[in-house]
Design a protein around this ligand. Structure first.
Ligand code: GLC
Ligand code: CA
Length: 546
């Protein structure tokens, strides 16, 4: 491992700036608010923060519709605030990763404002156009947020492409000028001291050149990964020259492509956020499909062994809360939050923790459409109602799936608004803040927060948990996830019951091993063959032969 691979031994923490901490009491989190909580990040033990998009924005897609890539949105503060923040984070030993939406700008961005005026405008070719009569979309392509991916632009007799919201026109990456703009933006932030980027939506960059109808109108028009390679290659020099950590959000990426993109010599990314383990869960909501889960995660673990490195995550700002979605937020809220933490974090790779995950926050589970802010959720509601779905059913789906479930203010204290602000926050809080907040959990040795601190410490101090080979121990059941990590003859085993029922197994014998960490408060009987609901155990297998 070289110095430039510091991130292999690191734990990352994702900050959603709207909801982290509000320093000026306007109900919206901000950059000085992050600075005010640097000591908390240090106490957690994380090594770098990824801060979700905070550039000047049109506020349509929560900061991911950028109007100026070289400025901070006024709601979050100023560039001077950013400079102060990065200085404080660096002084505390934390590295800083910014989010960068490459696929699209805001329709309010000056490039697009110029581009839409006339076909011969120098910026016109920054975006993707097709002739349009203003009525019929050029083809059947759909946006990720629903409806046609095309919006008419009468001034030029065309329609522009938007893979996401109408207010997020897609950039034309075929145009070398677009590539140069993004290179310059990356250099500009590197000069301000940032340590890395999370490149947003990279699997959307390359569009089918024939603009013909596709079989799956939501995804099929932008999955040309070979065609994406030249775009990424154009960014590589500026990223490499500045020794930046490069994280790619790569929904839908296949294994062969991932291996190429992650290749330490030929590739561009250090870490890829892929969503296999999230998406097949969506299809099997009622129960965790343990066999598929074991196969999928083990496939990624083994494929990147001796080659590249995995990113490990179960939450982000686009997903519901893990404890509600994968765990049991009703009967075992604390225990299942802890079990999920051990399960994913001790695999091989760099773990990411999304703010509030370390507190075991469940879904916000809002009851009224007025509570929602996320445009994707609001669009979904509108479309479902138009299609005749009863409102209660739609609200039920949003309560489990909406991105707003994880975008609520971070509860710091049991006070009003969780101590996030003295002003009513921009979005409601997650229920249960009297017991689930930083202050209370910090002083409780059995809290989810304390457990996460222990996991982070173990992950960072035990070489086998960091660098060791991953091996699945298949229990052939629908409850247990068991794996081993081995490094230079030092062996560790993780046993997690990912169900709300008692699990029994004859598949392994741990009598000779030392139990290092468990999430059961009263030490359950040390029976190896009986694992309590959502119990998680970490063993050091001292007596095991190599
Ligand atoms: C990424 C972001 C998401 C955003 C989308 C479109 O997937 O994570 O929040 O909505 O890009 O910009
Ligand atoms: Ca504020």
């Amino acid at each position: 491992m070289t110095d430039t691979q510091w991130w292999r031994q690191a734990v990352g923490y994702q900050i959603y700036p709207q909801s982290f901490f509000d320093s000026n009491q306007d109900g919206i989190g901000d950059l000085p608010g992050i600075q005010a909580k640097v000591a908390y990040l240090q106490s957690l033990g994380v090594d770098f923060v990824w801060i979700s998009s905070f550039y000047a924005s049109g506020h349509v897609d929560s900061g991911y519709d950028v109007t100026n890539y070289r400025d901070v949105d006024p709601q979050f503060g100023t560039l001077a605030d950013f400079d102060a923040l990065i200085q404080a984070l660096h002084a505390a030993g934390l590295k800083v990763v910014l989010d960068l939406a490459l696929n699209h700008t805001s329709d309010q961005h000056p490039w697009f404002q110029a581009a839409r005026r006339a076909k011969d405008d120098p910026h016109h070719d920054y975006y993707i156009w097709q002739p349009s009569d203003g009525q019929t979309p050029p083809n059947n392509w759909e946006s990720v947020f629903g409806d046609s991916a095309w919006t008419a632009n009468p001034a030029t007799g065309e329609a522009y492409l938007h893979s996401f919201a109408v207010a997020q026109p897609d950039l034309n990456w075929e145009n070398p000028a677009v590539q140069r703009e993004m290179q310059a933006i990356i250099q500009w932030w590197a000069d301000r001291g940032v340590d890395g980027f999370r490149l947003d939506g990279v699997t959307h960059l390359k569009k089918n050149a024939d603009f013909a109808d596709v079989a799956n109108p939501r995804t099929d028009y932008a999955r040309d990964f070979a065609g994406t390679a030249p775009y990424l290659a154009a960014l590589k020099p500026v990223l490499t020259r500045n020794h930046l950590l490069v994280i790619g959000e790569a929904g839908g990426v296949d294994m062969a492509t991932a291996k190429q993109w992650l290749d330490p010599e030929q590739g561009i990314f250090d870490l890829l956020l892929e969503f296999d383990h999230v998406h097949f869960w969506e299809a099997n909501e009622s129960k965790l499909p343990m066999t598929a889960l074991r196969e999928n995660l083990s496939k990624w673990q083994l494929a990147l062994e001796n080659h590249a490195w995995n990113a490990l995550f179960i939450e982000n700002h686009d997903l519901p809360r893990a404890v509600s979605y994968y765990g049991d937020g009703t009967a075992y809220p604390r225990r299942s939050a802890q079990a999920l933490g051990m399960w994913y974090m001790l695999m091989k790779g760099t773990p990411f923790i999304y703010q509030g995950q370390e507190l075991g926050l469940p879904n916000a589970h809002f009851h009224h459409i007025q509570d929602y802010r996320d445009l994707d959720s609001l669009n979904y509601y509108r479309r479902q109602l138009a299609a005749g779905t009863p409102e209660t059913a739609v609200l039920g789906q949003l309560a489990t799936k909406s991105r707003d479930n994880a975008r609520t203010p971070m509860p710091w204290t049991p006070d009003q608004y969780g101590g996030f602000s003295t002003h009513q926050p921009w979005i409601g809080l997650t229920p249960g803040l009297a017991t689930r907040n930083v202050q209370v959990e910090q002083s409780d040795p059995h809290s989810v927060l304390t457990f996460y601190q222990q996991l982070i410490q173990l992950k960072k101090s035990v070489p086998a948990l960091q660098l060791g080979r991953y091996e699945l121990i298949d229990t052939h059941d629908n409850q247990l996830y068991v794996y081993r990590r081995s490094y230079n003859g030092d062996n560790w085993q993780v046993v997690v019951n990912m169900s709300s029922q008692l699990a029994t197994t004859q598949e392994f014998d741990l009598t000779a091993s030392e139990l290092i960490l468990t999430n059961l408060r009263v030490d359950a009987d040390s029976d190896d063959q009986e694992i309590q609901p959502w119990e998680a155990r970490l063993y050091h297998l001292r007596k095991l032969e190599q």
